[in-house]
Design a protein around this ligand. Structure first.
Ligand code: PMP
Ligand code: GLU
Length: 397
């Protein structure tokens, strides 16, 4: 019998990190692997952000910070929320954590009692499922598909919600589908939430700046439900700051202080230098990162065009983030060298072994017919990777 606790034994390993680790291992063995598995911008952190961090070190911001974060940094986050999203918060309603992942885990542990329902529109980001399970939630998935651009309808939401529903968690723009809900679509969902006053809504807007059509509408601005919306964001994606590990949330004072209490026992305040760098990032005009967004847009168009030339793949046009989520069902059940590819997991392993391209299976995102391709990579690598995918897929019959 294992000495490891059941809560860890029962926990799924992060599928995104698992594939990324496999790709790193193969690279270490000298294999020419192209990794399209990890959702990480391939840009470096902007200079003005790095300068703010260096200044913080020189100014001795090296002591324990307040648990929810420095007040001035929380104030900057309030101003960012107002400027970019029309959300009104005071610093008491903001909690800064060690990545948006940490913010999300704080929310799940602070709000969900065992047996309460957490509603996840699928595809969902892998860790939502693991976090909700860890909080012993009853998970209710709402299925979507490529035919409705991976978005749920108000009718589906109405069918899923009950008196026992505690949290609804979604990302907008969505990881992994890249779909973005319009303002009207979100208002229609909010009208359903109005009927379920015990249900909190977690809006994960970490990809807000990588949004190719309109501005990203925040559901937390809808007056009738705004007190129950917890808006999560971070600097990892928009500012290429994945390694700095800063995320934050804006919520009611009650929810923010519960998250602070939890964080005070586990991790304390987030890294001081990274907090000061975050203040510089969120204070900056989003136009400063416009070039990154335009690069992602060009890559999206390239990847879509190349993927469309592969027979049998169903491809939607993502409106944000940096992922495509093709439907690979026509390849499932096919074989190569006596090996049958039964699932999207099998397909991803085959593409890694045969084509040396790392992707992530849709199974852990709640969509077993799909695989996720991250296009946060150079055009040259993307072209080569999709050529390899095409060759490997063509061998299946
Ligand atoms: N939410 C979504 C939708 C993500 O894709 C990620 C991946 N980084 C996170 C949260 C976590 O972000 P962070 O790196 O700030 O923990
Ligand atoms: N969020 C990114 C992804 O989905 C990074 C990996 C992770 O944090 O799980 O690939």
């Amino acid at each position: 019998m294992s000495i490891i606790a059941r809560r860890i034994l029962n926990m799924e390993e992060s599928a995104t990190l698992k594939m990324a680790n496999l790709a790193w291992e193969l690279k270490d063995q000298g294999k020419d692997v192209i990794s399209l598995s990890l959702g990480e911008p391939d840009f470096n952190t902007p200079q003005f952000v790095k300068d703010a961090a260096i200044e913080a070190i020189h100014n001795d911001f090296t002591h324990y910070p307040p648990v929810p974060g420095y007040k001035d940094v929380r104030q900057s986050i309030c101003e960012k929320f107002k400027r970019d999203n029309g959300l009104e918060f005071t610093p008491e309603q903001i909690v800064i954590s060690t990545g948006a992942k940490h913010s999300l885990m704080n929310i799940c542990l602070a709000l969900v009692n065992p047996g309460e329902e957490v509603i996840l529109p699928a595809p969902y980001w892998v860790s939502y499922h693991a976090m909700a399970s860890f909080a012993e939630a009853k998970i209710v998935e709402i299925k979507t598909g490529i035919e409705n651009d991976f978005k749920i309808t108000p009718e589906q939401l109405e069918e899923a919600l009950t008196e026992n529903s505690k949290l609804f968690i979604f990302s907008n723009p969505c990881n992994p589908s890249g779909s973005v809900y319009s303002k009207d679509e979100l208002i229609a969902l909010a009208q359903v939430f109005e009927k379920y006053p015990k249900c909190y809504i977690v809006s994960d807007e970490i990809y807000e700046h990588i949004n190719f059509d309109d501005e990203c509408f925040s559901i937390g601005t809808v007056e009738s439900i705004k007190d129950r919306v917890i808006t999560v964001n971070g600097v990892a994606k928009g500012f290429a700051m994945t390694g700095w590990r800063i995320g934050y949330l804006g919520a009611s004072k009650e929810v923010a202080s519960a998250c602070t209490k939890l964080q005070g026992q586990f991790t304390s305040g987030a890294n001081t230098i990274a907090q000061k760098a975050t203040a510089a990032a969120v204070q900056a005009d989003p136009k400063k990162i416009e070039e990154m967004k335009q690069t992602f847009l060009k890559r999206r168009d390239l990847v879509i065009e190349l993927l469309k030339s592969i027979e049998g793949l169903g491809v939607n046009i993502p409106k944000g983030a940096f992922y495509v989520f093709p439907d690979v069902s026509s390849y499932l059940g096919k074989s190569v060298n006596g090996q049958t590819i039964k699932t999207a997991d099998d397909l991803c392993m085959y593409l890694l072994e045969d084509g040396l391209v790392a992707t992530t299976s849709g199974e852990s995102f709640g969509c077993p017919q799909n695989i996720r391709i991250s296009y946060a990579n150079s055009e040259e690598q993307l072209k080569e990777a999709i050529k390899r995918l095409k060759n490997s897929l063509a061998k299946l019959s």
